[in-house]
Design a protein around this ligand. Sequence first.
Ligand SMILES: NC(=O)C1=CN([C@@H]2O[C@H](COP(=O)(O)OP(=O)(O)OC[C@H]3O[C@@H](n4cnc5c(N)ncnc54)[C@H](O)[C@@H]3O)[C@@H](O)[C@H]2O)[C@@H](O)CC1
Ligand SMILES: [K+]
Length: 510
Amino acid sequence: MLPLVGRDESRAIDAKAIAAGVPGLVLMENAGRGATDVLCARFADRLRRPLVVGGLGQNGGDAWVVARHLLVRGVCAECVVLGDPAKVAGDARVNLDALRGLGVDVRAVAESDLEHLESLAARASVIVDGLFGTGLDRVIDGFRADAIQRLAATEVPSFALDLPSGLDAQTGAVLGVVLPARVTATFAAHKRGLHQHPGVDHAGDVVLVDIGVPAPRDARASLLERFDLARLVPRRAADAHKGSAGHVAIFAGSPGRTGAALLSGLGAMRAGAGLVTLAARGAARAALDTKVIELMTSEIPEALEAGVAAALRECEQRDAGVLGPGVGLDATARAYTTRVAIEATIPLVLDADALSALAGDPTVLTKARAPRVLTPHPGEAARLLGTTSAEVQAARYHAAEQLAARTGQVVVLKGARTIIASRERLAVCPAGTPALGVAGTGDVLSGVIAAMLASASEGDVFDAACAGVLAHAMAGELAAVADRGLFAREVADAVPHALARSRAHAASAT
Ligand SMILES: NC(=O)C1=CN([C@@H]2O[C@H](COP(=O)(O)OP(=O)(O)OC[C@H]3O[C@@H](n4cnc5c(N)ncnc54)[C@H](O)[C@@H]3O)[C@@H](O)[C@H]2O)[C@@H](O)CC1
Ligand SMILES: [K+]
């Protein structure tokens, strides 16, 4: 797990180090020197004619340091400052003056010189982008936007300092225009915006550069790594038995809708549940009984009161559960899921129809008698928040955090780069594949998370959700042959392989 910071936290890291006595110039020197190392390693065959472009802020300052360190290594870069250099201040000013003092001609590019900039860029072997970093907080317009568009149009590979210019550090949105990078050297800590789309598409490979300040230990947010799965799912004791591995109840399925329940059950089994019972409404139980011999079934009466009573009784014997897939959306089904979502005394994953049933007032979950993990896709999250899917996607971290705050529960916002949020914490899953975008994979995920909950110790609900998300995404990567054509059940089947791979990674890393 790596710390993940937003715009303000990023500034706070620098400010805290400076207040502690580490001069800002030292931080900038470390950033620029570290970035030069990355540049020289990743663009070794493109150092013929680098173009270093800096803005008027401190991101530009990093660029001037890079240009100086390139000089030390015998590489003479073409350097330009976009805008009026008289406005460069602070540590960036010191480094701009130093570069000029060493005899480097840093040309100022004004609105009227954009064609010149374009021709410089077209001849460059690599562009070092120091135009905007974390300071960017509004849409880029005017000649700066024009300049970025012209640089991007050359298709010369770009090396971004801290962030590709134009990317919102907080959300990953493009603020008007962006200069897409092949590699991004990000300073001190990963930025939130680098790990959500469209930021992910524009950042290229992200390399963390140590600038001499410790990573914040209390960072609210983190970026999961593939080998975290091994840490989150400890090895089983040699004398483990099916009882100690946890018993998962899947409250899913209704007459005519049984596939989702089965997939959720398969996910739970493959993720390590010792026993799984499919508790289906009415006649669905009979249909499920014959399908998968490893899964047990029990019947939940279709009538409301009898159904709720049966579900709560079922919970008494179980360690964790799933509520929702294929349960139905008629009035009785909605009342049943809402009541069980609140009254069940075991941790439950709430998915699909359960999320629809709760969309009217998700705040009732603050009264739930045990922890809940909500697993909405963007459309379901939009309904729960009373907004649109487009708005959720435009600010996914915010949506996940808002929903966690309103419900008091853990939220797994699905989609590329799934986000896990609670009131206190946030994590992003770096794994996954577009092939997971197919019917049934969400049902599998609900079961996988429930199995993690069933074996988690109390209070580790957030970690269990992270483990489930990571296992599912990595299983998708392993099972997918191409970017499509994946079957949900294949994802379930690959979950043990994901765990094995993570353990192998972890072992080779130590
Ligand atoms: N001591 C420090 O604070 C350090 C800062 N570092 C670098 O400094 C960067 C942050 O520097 P700054 O805060 O100066 O900001 P930037 O250099 O990212 O941006 C420059 C300025 O542009 C302005 N601006 C924002 N949006 C704009 C828009 N749409 N159009 C035109 N102007 C706009 C803002 O006033 C901002 O201060 C980091 O990303 C990192 O690269 C690193 O050198 C490490 C140390
Ligand atoms: K930049």
